[in-house]
Every structure is written in structure tokens, then in C-alpha cells.
Design a protein around this ligand. Structure first.
Ligand SMILES: [Zn+2]
Length: 359
């Protein structure tokens, strides 16, 4: 036997030793997984007068590890193939635990085929693309975002997941973030608000027709800041005629200092009162109607006939300005982006006039 053969034999022995060790390690881990499941099933924490977290530390692992092993145990039970793969050393407890709330009968085959030899990160990324029905979202359109959260912030996410969990399915963090964003957009996006209001109005009409009494009322919501600044704040038709009063309103509206206002001998406090007293809000139903008609976009038409179409910083614009006697009506209102709303005001009132509030 030459030196090289000896070396090969030695490496064989070493590799086999590692193999045995890892086999034993997996066996011990599995046993731990099932003991933890039994502890949980039999409510050991209650009997031992401990919180689950303390029980975890008591048995010698972190609470996170405890929950992970518990989740893995449930997956092993429901999908025995995962157990086989773990025994073969093809996957890890952390990967199996990740399947919790994600794996279904329909997508299990796809998952089994892809869980071997992946890093935790790759596994997370893969699972985020697996749909319940066993199809896989294309790679394109998937954005990976890494965010660092403090524990307290993370708690909020976990709480949101609990709230959003239904039918035994716990949403992933990504689904939770998307859902939360959706809810926020639903609540704050004027376009969606308008759609919802229209649906409510439709429902109410239906109810009234059927004679079931009155439905939901439009909630009177105040004008959003930034909306319709020019028209509303020069509402001279209701502020007791033209004169310094109007300008006082302007100054207070744009938050200018008292000094500037005092030039017109209008105390700021009074100016503010008169502003609130005489500013009429556009009724919510009317605003919603205009939003729907204009599809939430700036309707400004360029010289070449193309439409601005901006969807950010959208304001309601009076076609006949309020200070020239224009009134609140769906026909007299349109959506304009901030730039084009200002443009309209500048064209109507003159650059000199407007530059007083902007320079
Ligand atoms: Zn525009």
C-alpha cells in the first residue's frame, strides 16, 4: 500500500466519522423536536408554572429555537416526506420550520423538489414565490427588501400577522407588509376613497329602492390640506366683500408672520377666525364624484392636446374660481396637480398677485 492509498483510506474514515456524527446529531435533534412537541401538547409550561419562553430556556434552547422546533414538528407530522428528507440530511430544522403556514397539499411537491441544498436566504426567497396552489411566481417582479427592525417594531409586524392570520394560514412577513400597505392606501388614497363612497352610495340606492330604510351616510370629512388652496382662500363672496380682509385670509392661510399681516391691520387671530368661518368645505360626496370622473389624475391639457395625468399631489380646482363667483359643483370642479392648479391661479389672477404669497 503506497502513501497515497493510505491517505485516501484515512480521509474515508474521517468522512465516515463525520457522517455518523451528523446522523447522531440529527437523531438527537429529532428527539428534541418531538419532546418539545410533547411538552407543548401536554401544556408543560402551565404545569411547571412557567411561561413558554422560560420553559425554552429551562430546557436549554432559546425561545426562538423552541418555536422553530415546534413548527418543524407540526410540519413533520403533516408532511412525513419532510421528515425523511431531514433524516437524509437534505434539509434543516430551520428550513422545515419555514414551511409553516406556507406548505399546502397542492404545493408540497414543488417545495420538496426545491428544498434541498438551499441556504436559509435562498429558501426564504424561493418560498416567497411559491403560491398555495402549487404554482411559482416568476422571478421577475419580485423585489427583495432587507429591513432592520427593532424588537418593538418587529413585534408590531408579528401582531399584524396574528391579526391577518385566518383559516390556519399565517401570512408571511412579506404578505403582512403588502396587506398593511394595502390597508393604508385604501384608507388614504382619495381615488380608493371615492370608489368606496360610490359603492356605498350604490348600495344605499339599492336599499332605498327596496324600501329597507336608509343606508350608510357619507361621512363629512374635512378638506385635505393643500387641496384647493387658491380658490378656497380667496373666497371673497362670503368674507364680507373684497378688501384687506381677503388678503389677511391669504396671509394666515399661507402661515405668514403676523408682521406681514399687520401691514393690512388685520390681527392674525381675527384673520384666522374669518378664514375658518367663511371657508366652505366641498361636500365629500361631490369630491368623490369629481375624483371618480377624473380618475384621480390631473386633467390639465397641454397645447399639443396631451393630458398631464399626474397622480401625485392632486388638488380640486374650481374652473370658475370661487373669488370670481364660481361655486362648488361637480361641473365646476376638476382635478389638477399642484403645479397646474397654481398655473391656473397665476393665469387667472396674474403672476404679480400670486408671487406675493410664493416669493
Ligand atoms: Zn398637471
Amino acid at each position: 500500500m503506497n502513501m497515497y492509498d493510505e491517505f485516501v483510506l484515512e480521509m474515508h474514515a474521517l468522512a465516515n466519522k463525520a457522517k455518523l456524527l451528523h446522523f447522531a446529531e440529527r437523531g438527537a435533534t429529532l428527539e428534541s423536536v418531538f419532546i418539545i412537541q410533547e411538552l407543548d401538547n401536554r401544556k408543560a409550561a402551565i404545569a411547571l408554572r412557567m411561561r413558554s419562553e422560560d420553559l425554552a430556556v429551562y430546557v436549554g434552547i432559546t425561545p426562538a429555537m423552541y418555536w422553530m422546533r415546534l413548527r418543524a414538528a407540526r410540519i413533520f407530522k403533516r408532511f412525513p416526506e419532510t421528515l425523511e428528507r431531514f433524516k437524509q440530511g437534505e434539509t434543516e430544522i430551520s428550513h422545515v420550520a419555514m414551511l409553516w403556514g406556507k406548505i399546502t397539499e397542492a404545493n408540497s411537491k414543488l417545495i420538496f423538489e426545491n428544498m434541498c441544498g438551499r441556504s436559509k436566504r435562498e429558501m426564504e426567497s424561493f418560498l416567497s414565490r411559491v403560491k398555495n396552489d402549487g404554482t411559482l411566481l416568476e422571478d421577475e417582479g419580485v423585489t427583495e427588501i432587507t429591513i432592520r427592525l427593532k424588537d418593538s417594531e418587529r413585534d408590531v409586524f408579528e401582531r399584524a400577522r396574528e391579526i391577518l392570520a385566518h383559516g390556519g394560514k399565517v401570512p408571511s412577513l412579506a404578505e403582512t407588509v403588502v396587506k398593511a400597505t394595502e390597508l393604508l392606501v385604501d384608507r388614504l388614497d382619495p381615488m380608493r376613497k371615492a370608489e368606496r363612497a360610490a359603492a356605498r352610495a350604490e348600495k344605499r340606492r339599492g336599499k332605498t329602492n327596496e324600501g329597507e330604510g336608509e343606508g350608510e351616510e357619507f361621512s363629512p370629512s374635512s378638506i385635505q390640506p393643500g387641496e384647493d388652496e387658491f380658490d378656497q382662500s380667496c373666497d371673497s363672496s362670503e368674507s364680507g366683500g373684497s378688501g384687506p380682509g381677503d388678503l389677511g385670509d391669504y396671509f394666515s392661510h399661507f402661515g405668514l408672520k403676523e408682521k406681514a399681516v399687520s401691514a393690512f391691520a388685520i390681527p392674525r387671530k381675527h384673520a384666522r377666525e374669518s378664514t375658518t368661518k367663511h371657508r366652505r368645505a366641498i361636500p365629500a360626496a361631490m369630491r368623490h364624484q369629481v375624483w371618480l370622473r377624473d380618475k384621480g389624475e390631473c386633467t390639465f391639457e397641454h397645447d399639443d392636446g396631451s393630458v398631464c395625468g399626474e397622480t401625485m399631489m392632486i388638488e380640486l380646482d374650481h374652473i370658475d374660481m370661487v373669488c370670481f363667483g364660481g361655486e362648488h359643483s361637480v361641473d365646476n370642479l376638476r382635478l389638477r396637480c399642484r403645479t397646474h392648479n397654481r398655473y391656473h391661479a397665476v393665469v387667472s389672477l396674474g403672476e404679480d398677485f400670486m408671487s406675493r404669497w410664493y416669493s
